[in-house]
Design a protein around this ligand. Sequence first.
Ligand code: ZN
Ligand code: ZN
Length: 153
Amino acid sequence: MNLDPQQISNLSMIGIALIAAFFAALWLGLLFWVIRDIRLRSRDPFLMILSALLVIILPMVGVIIYLIIRPGKTIEDRYQAALEEEALLQEIEKQPKCPGCGRSVDAKWILCPACHTRLNKLCISCGEVIEIPWNLCPYCGVPQQKVYKEQND
Ligand SMILES: [Zn+2]
Ligand SMILES: [Zn+2]
């Protein structure tokens, strides 16, 4: 196949145009990806504009810089972490403490094993562990007589 210089020139022009189009598409794609990614990670409009500018001004290098400086966690991740922390704190708060010595005690204990403070009492009818001020058993409904309290206090 013989090509005259004009045809070679035309072909190379098409080649350059195709390569340019490819990089432009890649650059646009990366720009959209970065904008979508930063929106998952931050609600700060300054950070969004900065990330987009970084990719626009420094086409390929900007994305690498963005990957290094972007916030490590997405908003969703941070929300989940906050929820877990909250649940953990609630778990700790739920753990009852002995009013006498402050040690963690089990909700089902009737005496503190460390200082022997009375924590709960047993229902006179069904034997379930109930709180000392209750005068009615929530498990079987039997009223707790004063006699029982006096005998055991
Ligand atoms: Zn105690
Ligand atoms: Zn009972």
